[in-house]
Design a protein around this ligand. Structure first.
Ligand code: GLY
Length: 589
């Protein structure tokens, strides 16, 4: 056998390949963070600089986002986290998503058999039992190193000193102005008097101060989660929701429990992937779509090539059909996860794709007959077409890898922009409208235009199905080493955003900044449309896809991917905060 001799040019080439993913991004020798708000990224960095680990940093960022990003997350919401411990090489999943109150009923949003728009999205009737406080503090308790008071300090300061209203805040407050005006407490905090003396969307630069929220955070820093779930804070939340006609009770709060799950495992072209299992539908979509694409194109995808985009779209369409058929809270419904992730199933999924033409969604699973409208209300009381505005979908994500290789991917939400628009009196806590993630009526789209099925029907104590997909991708050479922490908001578009960032890195060898910034495409079974963002397609590629039968809908930008990449070879870290939004990627030199 002839020995392989390295010539000078093959050495130079391999050095170039090693360096490739880092060309456009700034390297950090220490930890790196990416979040949707500069103040949250600074809070995370402050914890790393104090000697904290990725979890201290993530929890500081999550509490700070609860203050400075009320349009996407908060103490009144819930979420999911993946935590990787570099020392043990173990990855834990914590599910602190909201659950339906005990008095919730399957038909609570129906009148005469039809969905009443707005009931599951606006005000007291839309509120599920919040889990964020339990989740953030449990993460800190189990995996953090720094004292609670230190980790909550940046959030307390942000609530006390204020943050300034940005264009994004303005856009989302405009979307929810009427909803916010329904609650005097929310209107007082999140709106500002205009020239006519009415509470209106504040001007850019207006300072939002939240002294009540600062007090609540101080209580949590001192006493932990208890007062939130059984003390005076709990009472305030219950009183506010009850006064608005909702069903949240003290028992709901007292009995709230986080859930630990095993991560959902997949792989893509030699990279191990750990992601969120049900009650998220997102992680399964990531695993199934990437699995199918690897089968169809084992050498990798070509960049923006029409055949490849067709296969991607068809795989995604089929995966969203599975979501309707099977997915809900695993504590309530039996989900055939083993089968859905098996290589045989993924091979069948890939094999069912016609390479020449688009499969009509209705031929895979007929839409529910007579279902129309959505759960979201327009100001005139009629229903709103959620598929027309994916950029308005909300939630937020934090990605962190610290200098020791510990990693956190944490996605958290109050659901729609400004949640339910209801603030628990005297506490500053903005409550979620997560009940809208249930199927109010199978076949009727929710605020994200998503249709879900029987498995996601409302039941007391049940977790509504989510799309949130916090994901860790591991190094090919060392499957115990996290290479990428990634996630995004965007409702139904979350999993496809995560899939495209991973493909951009793995297939197209982009640095993480470029991978996050690329244009995006999305399908979700219904509506039967391929959504393309402003930067997603060239005209000729669009024509080629239309020739295959895809109905293309041009949309504005969506998502807010936050990602940290750790180069397995150099051990340098790179962070990217989606250029579509106002976040910040920071790191330690
Ligand atoms: N509330 C958005 C999601 O969980 O998917």
């Amino acid at each position: 056998m002839r020995a392989h001799r390295k010539t000078w040019w093959s050495v130079a080439l391999s050095l170039l390949v090693v360096a490739m993913p880092a060309w456009a991004a700034r390297p950090y020798r220490g930890g790196a963070v990416a979040t949707a708000h500069p103040m949250a990224s600074e809070a995370a960095l402050r914890m790393l600089d104090k000697g904290g680990n990725a979890v201290d940093a993530a929890v500081a960022a999550a509490f700070t986002l609860a203050v400075v990003g009320p349009y996407h997350s908060g103490l009144g919401g819930g979420g999911f986290a993946l935590v990787h411990d570099a020392k043990t090489s173990g990855t834990q999943v914590l599910d602190f998503r909201e659950v339906a109150p005990k008095a919730a009923t399957r038909d609570m949003y129906l009148k005469d058999g039809q969905v009443v728009p707005g009931l599951s999205t606006d005000g007291a009737t839309s509120v599920a039992v919040p889990g964020a406080v339990a989740g953030y503090l449990e993460l800190l308790e189990k995996h953090g190193k720094l004292p609670r008071a230190v980790v909550l300090q940046p959030a307390i300061e942000a609530a006390r000193n204020g943050f300034w209203v940005s264009p994004k805040y303005q856009a989302l407050a405009t979307l929810r102005r009427d909803c916010l005006r329904q609650d005097p407490e929310a209107a007082r905090i999140f709106l500002a008097k205009n020239e006519q003396g009415e509470l209106d969307v504040p001007p850019i630069g207006h300072l939002v101060r939240q002294p009540e929220l600062a007090r609540t955070l101080q209580t949590l820093a001192k006493s932990g989660p208890k007062p939130f779930y059984s003390g005076p804070i709990a009472q305030a939340m219950v009183d506010t929701v009850k006064a608005g006609g909702g069903v949240l009770s003290l028992e709901d709060l007292k009995d709230f429990k986080t859930r630990a799950h095993a991560p959902l495992e997949g792989s893509y072209r030699g990279h191990r992937i750990l992601t969120m299992p049900p009650p998220s539908a997102g992680g399964l979509a990531v695993v199934q779509v990437l699995g199918a694409l690897e089968r169809l194109r084992p050498q990798g995808l070509e960049f923006r090539e029409p055949e490849t985009l067709h296969l991607y779209t068809e795989a995604v369409r089929r995966v969203y059909v599975d979501r309707v058929k099977y997915l809900g809270d695993p504590a309530f419904v039996k989900i055939p996860m083993e089968s859905l992730t098996s290589s045989g199933y993924i091979a069948d999924l890939a094999g069912s794709i016609d390479p020449k033409k688009a499969t009509p969604s209705a031929s895979l699973l007929p839409p529910v007959e007579g279902a129309s409208g959505s759960t979201l209300k327009k100001p005139d009381g009629t229903w709103y077409d959620p598929s027309s505005a994916p950029e308005k979908k909300n939630t937020t994500h934090i990605s962190i890898i610290d200098k020791n290789g510990n990693a956190v991917a944490l996605t958290t939400t109050v659901n729609y922009a400004f949640g339910s628009c209801l603030v628990a009196k005297g506490t500053g806590i903005l409550l979620n409208d997560e009940m809208d993630d249930f199927a109010a009526l199978p076949g009727v789209p929710n605020a994200y235009g998503l249709v879900t099925g029987e498995a996601n029907a409302i039941a007391p104590g049940k977790v509504p199905l989510s799309s949130m997909s916090p994901t860790l991708v591991f190094s090919k050479e060392d499957p115990k080493k996290v290479m990428l922490a990634v996630g995004s908001p965007g409702g139904s578009t979350i999993p496809t955003t995560v899939i495209q960032v991973i493909s951009n890195l793995v297939d197209h060898k982009m640095d993480v900044v470029r991978a996050v910034g690329q244009g995006r495409l999305h399908h979700q079974y219904l509506p039967d449309e391929l959504w393309v963002d402003r930067w997603g397609l060239e005209a000729a590629t669009q024509a080629a896809l239309e020739a295959k039968g895809h109905k293309i809908r041009r949309q504005e930008a969506w998502g807010d991917a936050e990602a940290v990449y750790s180069d397995p070879k150099t051990n340098l870290r790179y962070a990217a905060s989606d250029p579509r939004n106002e976040g910040a990627a920071l790191g330690q030199d």
